[in-house]
Design a binder for this molecule. Structure first.
Ligand code: AHG
Ligand code: MN
Ligand code: MN
Length: 334
């Protein structure tokens, strides 16, 4: 039975020079906020956290009460710590921390991912990304617009049968399970690896008539199974909480796709680059997988706006590369 706590792990990373004391504080503060969110999620109707908040966010989505509660929990935790400014899926603009200008970190988060699953007791989570400050003085939105490759840390907390924190600081991917007795995260996997091949795909099939031809080609081949070009049968999963679908992909392989579709031709995809795709893509790459927007690695994208969306294809390396090659063949008119 493991006794290595998240704090022990981060202390060792700091001692090894992999992270600074201030980055360690950002991660420990975020993790403790996630423990609080996990407690609130676990109360459900008893805690009055279910249902709609009756308001809309910058994404044009109706906010759930827990979206706001989780956002406020993370915001409150990071006042007067090691973060200069915060950005959230639930907030239009960035939020500078009073007195935090000298801090070296920027924190971005999706405070509650999978909101459509809150009221039906299906796994949801918090996704976070840490970027370095690149300027001095008052923090501007432009300072947040860094490619995902610049992240200093990324992770998520999944509120499922277990509450687990999955984290990378660039030294592979570690998994911590919340010990509810002590309230501490304990290290349960020290080097998560994504299998390079898979027989499992995750996509919202109800959008299939709107997909681009390369996506339709790939999924059709999966559906034909051993009777088609792939020569093997595939399984499908779609939880509709990115954090849960990605956790499954990280845990046993798979390919997760939320691609561009023609419902909104000018929108690259549904998922947000800065606080969904970038942190998840770094975790997947650190675990030996791949993550592209069908054209290039997601982590290489230069953001143009804080809440910009992106097409996401991530998971088992060989499958992601296959889908990307189908897009390239289409471009070359093969
Ligand atoms: P959020 O709840 O933060 O808005 O994110 C929901 C996202 C993502 O978690 C999931 O993969 C996707 O929406 C599901 O979309 P569909 O409901 O269209 O399948
Ligand atoms: Mn989300
Ligand atoms: Mn969300």
């Amino acid at each position: 039975m493991t006794t290595t706590t998240l704090e022990h792990h981060l202390e060792a990373q700091q001692a090894a020079g992999a992270i600074s004391a201030s980055l360690r504080r950002v991660l420990e503060t975020t993790a403790s906020a996630c423990v609080r969110i996990s407690q609130l999620v676990g109360q459900g109707a008893l805690g009055g956290v279910l249902g709609s908040a009756g308001s809309e966010n910058v994404q044009g989505e109706v906010q759930k009460k827990l979206d706001i509660i989780a956002n406020d929990t993370l915001m409150a935790a990071h006042q007067g710590g090691s973060v200069a400014a915060l950005a959230s899926e639930e907030m239009d603009a960035i939020c500078p921390v009073p007195g935090g200008e000298a801090c070296e970190w920027l924190l971005l988060f999706d405070p509650l991912d999978g909101s459509s699953n809150i009221d039906v007791n299906v796994s949801i989570g918090t996704i976070f990304s840490v970027l370095p400050r690149t300027g001095t003085g008052p923090v501007t939105e432009a300072e947040f617009l860094q490619p995902g490759r610049q992240q200093a840390a990324a992770g998520y907390c999944i509120y499922g049968p277990q509450t687990m924190l999955v984290l990378t600081t660039g030294c592979g991917v570690q998994v911590f399970t919340l010990d509810r007795n002590s309230g501490r995260f304990l290290l349960t996997q020290s080097a998560l690896r994504v299998p390079e091949d898979t027989k499992e795909f995750a996509i919202n099939m109800s959008n299939s008539r709107h997909w681009a031809p390369p996506v339709r080609r790939y999924i059709t081949e999966c559906l034909l199974g051993k009777d088609g070009a792939r020569g093997k049968d595939f399984n499908m999963r779609w939880i509709a909480s990115m954090v849960a679908d990605v956790h499954r992909v990280l845990s046993r392989g798979g390919i997760f796709m939320y691609p561009w579709d023609k419902r909104e031709p000018n929108r690259p995809g549904k998922l947000r680059l800065m606080y969904e795709a970038n942190p998840m893509s770094w975790l997947v790459e650190q675990a030996g997988g791949a993550a592209t927007n069908s054209q290039q690695p997601i982590l290489d994208i230069q953001p143009a706006a804080l809440h910009e969306r992106v097409s996401v294809i991530l998971g088992s390396k060989n499958e992601v590369e296959r889908v990307t090659s189908y897009h390239n063949e289409e471009k070359q008119g093969v």
